[in-house]
Write a protein that binds this ligand. Structure first.
Ligand code: UD2
Ligand code: MN
Length: 765
C-alpha cells in the first residue's frame, strides 16, 4: 500500500508537473491566440478604415462635388445675411455669381430667394450629399450612355469630339460616349437624313482650374463653412485647398454643326430663295401655315443655324446635376416640315441626359399627315411621345394635357414652329436649379416667314405689356443697363413673358395652379401665368444664353371654335378679374367697357380667386411697384375739382345732391373722380343722368350700367371739354345754370362755356 502510495506520489509529481505545464501552456496559448486575434482585428479594422477612406474619396471623385456649390451658396447666404462686405466674398462660378449679384442688385428678389432656400433644407444639407452622390452618379452615367447611344442611332447622327480635356464627371461622360470620327464617316456614308456632326468644342480645356477658381480657396486644415470634407474634391494648390464646384461648362452639343449638305437650301440659317418656276406654288402654299411653307419643305429638317449667343455664353458654367425636362409641343394642323424641324432641333441640340422626353400634343388636327405618318416617323425616336386630344381643346388646355403626363422635373413649353439653338437648354435649367421659382424663357429669335432665314434679335429685350394687356417687347434703357452693371448675357427680368417658350419646374407649375382651365383656345394665358408667377413669389427671366428661333406669322393657320375676337377678349377679362384688383378698370377702360355688360359670359372665377387667396399672392399694386414700375397705371383718368368755364364755379356733392360752389380745394365735397369706366364719382356714388327729366342724382356705382358713363376728353367726341352722357340717343351734356347754382342736362352745344368742364388733374390725356 505504502509502495503504491509512493509510486503514486512519484508519478503524481510527474502528473502534477504535466498538469501544471499543460495549464501554463494552455494559458500561454490562449494569450498568444488572444494577441493574434487582436492583431488580426486591428489589421482588419485598419483595412476597413483605409477602404472606407478610399470609398469616401471615390465618392468624392464620383460625385464630383455635386453639392458644394449649394453649400457654398448657403455659406454665401449666411455671409450676406450677416451683412458681410461683398468684397470679402470669394469668386464663384460664373452662372452662380450672376445670380448672386443679381440678387444683391435687386433687394426684393434677394428676400424671396432667401425664403425659397430656407424652405428647401435638403438642398443645403451637406451630410446627406455623399450618399446621394454615390447612388446617383453611376446610374446617371449608365443612363446617359444609353440615352446618347439611342439618340445618336436614331438620328443617324454622329458626334465629333475634340472636347473637354478634364471635364467634371458628368461632362466627361458625355464626351466619352460620343462616337469618334471613324464611326461618323460610317454613318455618314449610310446617308441617313440626320447624319451630322457635333460641333467641336474647345471650351472646356481649362475647366478644373476654372472650377478651382469658381469656388473659394481656404487655408489648409480650416473647416470649410461647416462642410464635410468629402463632399468635394480637395485640390492641393500650394498652401491652400481649393474646393472645386460640381459644375461644367455649358455643353455646346450640336449634332447639326457640320451638316451633310452645306449647300442645302436654308442651310446655316441662311435666307432661301424660291426659284422662278416655283413662285406660284410657293404662293399657293402660303396659307397652309401663313409662312413660306414651300421653302420650309425644301430646307433640311436638321439644318444648321448660326450660334447667336453672346460670346461669353459658351464659357458659362452650369451645375452637373441639373433637373431633367419634358419638352412639350402643342400643335394644331402644323406644317409637317416645321413641326419636325422643331423636334429635331431639340433632339440635336439638347444634352440627352437632360431631355427626359418630347411630348407632342395634337390638339385635334385635321391634317392626315399628322396622324399615321407622324406616328410612324416618331416611332424611331423613343423619347418622343404623341398625345392626341379627342376634341379641340385649344393651346391652353392642350399644354395642360401635355404637362399632366410629363415625367421630367421641368416642363419646357415650345411652339411647334421653332428651332432651338446650340446650348439652349442648360442655361434655362440652371436658373431653375438655382431657384425653382424662377421661370426662365429663351430669347425668341426670328425665323423669317418669307425666306426662312434665322435672324438674331437685339440685346436687352424684355417682355412687357401696355393697356389693355397688349404684349410687346421693350429694350432696356442704356441708363438701366449701366446702373445695374449688366452684360448682354445676364438674365433679364421680365414683367410678362411672350407665352410660347419657357421652362418651369413641374411641381411649381402645379403649385401655381397651372393655367386657368377656363381660358379658351389661345390668348391671354401668357398674362395669366406671368401675373401669377410674379405675384405669388416667382420670377420671370429672359436668358440671353438660351436662344430659340420662332416663325412669327401674320395669321393663325387654324380656326377658332367660336368667334376669335370674343374668345380672346373673354380670356383677357378673366385674367383682369382675377389678378388686376382695382387696376382692372384700366383694362376695361381701354376699349373693353362693353365686356362689363355681360359679365356672366366670362364664366365662373371662384376657383381662380380662391387659388390666389390660398397662395397668398401679393397685390397687383405690389407687382406694379416692384416688377413693372415703368407702366403708367393711374387709377383714374382725372380727378380733383370740376371747374365750369361759364360760371367759374366748381361741382359739389352734399347728401347725394349735386350743387355748385365757389371752388375750394380744401373741401372734400368738391373732389370728384373721372374713372376708367367713365364714371363721375365720389367714393362709391356715381353721377346718374335722368335724360327724360333732365335731372341728375348720385347712385351707387355699378359698372354693368352703361347709363352711368360720361364721355369727356375722348377721341370719340369732338366736344372734348364737355361731359356727355354716353348712353343717351341724342347728345346730352352736363350744364351749369347761368342764374341759380343748379346743374342740369341739356342738348350739347359746342360753343357753350356752361357745358365746358375741367378737372384739376388729368392722367390719361
Ligand atoms: C404667342 C405665343 C404662343 C401663345 C400666344 C398667346 C410665342 C412665340 N408664341 O402666339 O405660344 O402664348 O401668343 O396665346 O410666344 N395651338 C394649339 N391649339 C390651338 C391653337 C394653337 O395647339 O387651339 C398651338 C399652335 O399650333 C402653336 C402654339 O399653339 O404651336 C401657339 O400658337 P401660335 O403659334 O399660333 O401662337 P403665336 O406664336 O402667334
Ligand atoms: Mn407661334
Amino acid at each position: 500500500m505504502m509502495r503504491f502510495l509512493r509510486y503514486l506520489r512519484g508519478s503524481g509529481r510527474v502528473l502534477g508537473f504535466v498538469f501544471v505545464a499543460s495549464v501554463i501552456w494552455l494559458l500561454l496559448d490562449m494569450a498568444v491566440l488572444r494577441l493574434s486575434i487582436g492583431d488580426a482585428n486591428s489589421r482588419l479594422v485598419n483595412e476597413r478604415t483605409v477602404r472606407e477612406q478610399e470609398i469616401a474619396q471615390q465618392q468624392v471623385l464620383d460625385s464630383s462635388d455635386l453639392k458644394p456649390v449649394r453649400l457654398f451658396r448657403t455659406q454665401k447666404r449666411k455671409e450676406r445675411m450677416a451683412g458681410q462686405d461683398k468684397n470679402n466674398l470669394q469668386p464663384e462660378p460664373v452662372a452662380l455669381r450672376r445670380s448672386v449679384e443679381r440678387e444683391r442688385r435687386e433687394p426684393e428678389e434677394t428676400a424671396s430667394n432667401a425664403s425659397v432656400q430656407a424652405s428647401k433644407p435638403q438642398q443645403d444639407m451637406p451630410e446627406k450629399l455623399p450618399v446621394q452622390a454615390t447612388h446617383k452618379s453611376p446610374v446617371k452615367k449608365e443612363k446617359q450612355i444609353k440615352e446618347l447611344q439611342t439618340q445618336g442611332t436614331n438620328n443617324g447622327s454622329l458626334v465629333k469630339e475634340k472636347q473637354i480635356e478634364k471635364l467634371p464627371i458628368q461632362g466627361a461622360n458625355n464626351v466619352s460616349l460620343v462616337k469618334k470620327e471613324k464611326q461618323m464617316k460610317e454613318v455618314h456614308n449610310q446617308g441617313t437624313n440626320n447624319a451630322s456632326l457635333v460641333k467641336k468644342e474647345k471650351q472646356n480645356e481649362k475647366l478644373p482650374i476654372q472650377g478651382a477658381h469658381n469656388v473659394s480657396s481656404v487655408k489648409k486644415g480650416k473647416k470649410i463653412g461647416g462642410m464635410v470634407g468629402n463632399n468635394s474634391i480637395i485640390v492641393h494648390m500650394n498652401d491652400t485647398l481649393a474646393v472645386k464646384a460640381g459644375v461644367h461648362r455649358v455643353l455646346s452639343l450640336d449634332l447639326t454643326a457640320a451638316p451633310r449638305n452645306p449647300n442645302a437650301v436654308g442651310q446655316f440659317g441662311q435666307a432661301a430663295v424660291v426659284p422662278r418656276d416655283k413662285e406660284v406654288l410657293s404662293k399657293q402654299r402660303w396659307n397652309e401655315g401663313y409662312f413660306n411653307v414651300y421653302l420650309s419643305d425644301q430646307i433640311p429638317l436638321d439644318r444648321a443655324i448660326p450660334d447667336t449667343r453672346p460670346d461669353t455664353c459658351a464659357r458659362n458654367v452650369v451645375h452637373n446635376d441639373l433637373p431633367s425636362t419634358s419638352v412639350i409641343f402643342c400643335f394644331v394642323d402644323e406644317v409637317w416640315s416645321t413641326l419636325l424641324r422643331s423636334v429635331h432641333s431639340v433632339l440635336n441640340r439638347s444634352p440627352p441626359h437632360l431631355l427626359k422626353e418630347i411630348i407632342l400634343v395634337d390638339d385635334f388636327s385635321k391634317k392626315a399627315y399628322l396622324k399615321g405618318n407622324l406616328d410612324k416617323y416618331m416611332a424611331k425616336f423613343p423619347k418622343v411621345r404623341i398625345v392626341r386630344l379627342e376634341e379641340r381643346q385649344g393651346l391652353i388646355r392642350a399644354r395642360m394635357a401635355g404637362a399632366a403626363i410629363a415625367k421630367g422635373d421641368v416642363l419646357t413649353f415650345l411652339d411647334s414652329h421653332v428651332e432651338c439653338n446650340v446650348g439652349w437648354l442648360e442655361p434655362l435649367l440652371e436658373r431653375i436649379y438655382l431657384d425653382r421659382r424662377k421661370v426662365p424663357c429663351p430669347v425668341i429669335e426670328v425665323i423669317n416667314d418669307h425666306d426662312m432665314s434665322y435672324k438674331l434679335v437685339d440685346n436687352f429685350q424684355r417682355g412687357i405689356f401696355k393697356w389693355p394687356l397688349v404684349f410687346g417687347w421693350n429694350t432696356l434703357s442704356d441708363e438701366y443697363v449701366k446702373k445695374k452693371n449688366m452684360t448682354v448675357a445676364d438674365p433679364i427680368r421680365c414683367p410678362v413673358m411672350a407665352g410660347g417658350l419657357f421652362s418651369i419646374d413641374r411641381k411649381y407649375f402645379y403649385e401655381l395652379g397651372a393655367y386657368d382651365p377656363g381660358l379658351e383656345v389661345w390668348g391671354g394665358e401668357n398674362m395669366e401665368i406671368s401675373f401669377k408667377i410674379w405675384m405669388c413669389g416667382g420670377t420671370i427671366e429672359i436668358i440671353p444664353c438660351s436662344r430659340v428661333g420662332h416663325i412669327f406669322r401674320g395669321k393663325n393657320p387654324y380656326n377658332f371654335p367660336q368667334d376669335r375676337q370674343k374668345t380672346v377678349q373673354r380670356n383677357f377679362a378673366r385674367v383682369a378679374e382675377v389678378w388686376l384688383d382695382e387696376y382692372k378698370e384700366l383694362f376695361y377702360g381701354h376699349g373693353y367697357q362693353h365686356l362689363l355688360e355681360n359679365q356672366h359670359d366670362i364664366g365662373n372665377l371662384t376657383e381662380q380667386i380662391q387659388l390666389r387667396d390660398r397662395l397668398k399672392c401679393k397685390s397687383f399694386k405690389w407687382y406694379l411697384d416692384k416688377v413693372y414700375p415703368e407702366l403708367e397705371a393711374p387709377l383714374v383718368k382725372a380727378n380733383g375739382l370740376v371747374f365750369n368755364r361759364g360760371s367759374r364755379n366748381c361741382l359739389s356733392v352734399r347728401n347725394r345732391v349735386l350743387s355748385f360752389e365757389k371752388c375750394d380745394l380744401s373741401k372734400q365735397s368738391q373732389h370728384l373722380n373721372y374713372t376708367w369706366l367713365d364714371h363721375i364719382c365720389q367714393r362709391d356714388l356715381c353721377l346718374e343722368p335722368n335724360v327724360i327729366q333732365g335731372s341728375l342724382s348720385f347712385q351707387p356705382c355699378d359698372r354693368t350700367r352703361p347709363v352711368l358713363r360720361w364721355l369727356h376728353k375722348t377721341s370719340k367726341s369732338p366736344l372734348s371739354e364737355h361731359l356727355i352722357s354716353a348712353k343717351s340717343s341724342q347728345q346730352v351734356c352736363l350744364e351749369a345754370s347761368q342764374k341759380a347754382d343748379k346743374i342740369h342736362l341739356a342738348p350739347c352745344v359746342a360753343s357753350n362755356p356752361f357745358q365746358q368742364w375741367e378737372f384739376t388733374n388729368y392722367y390719361s390725356v
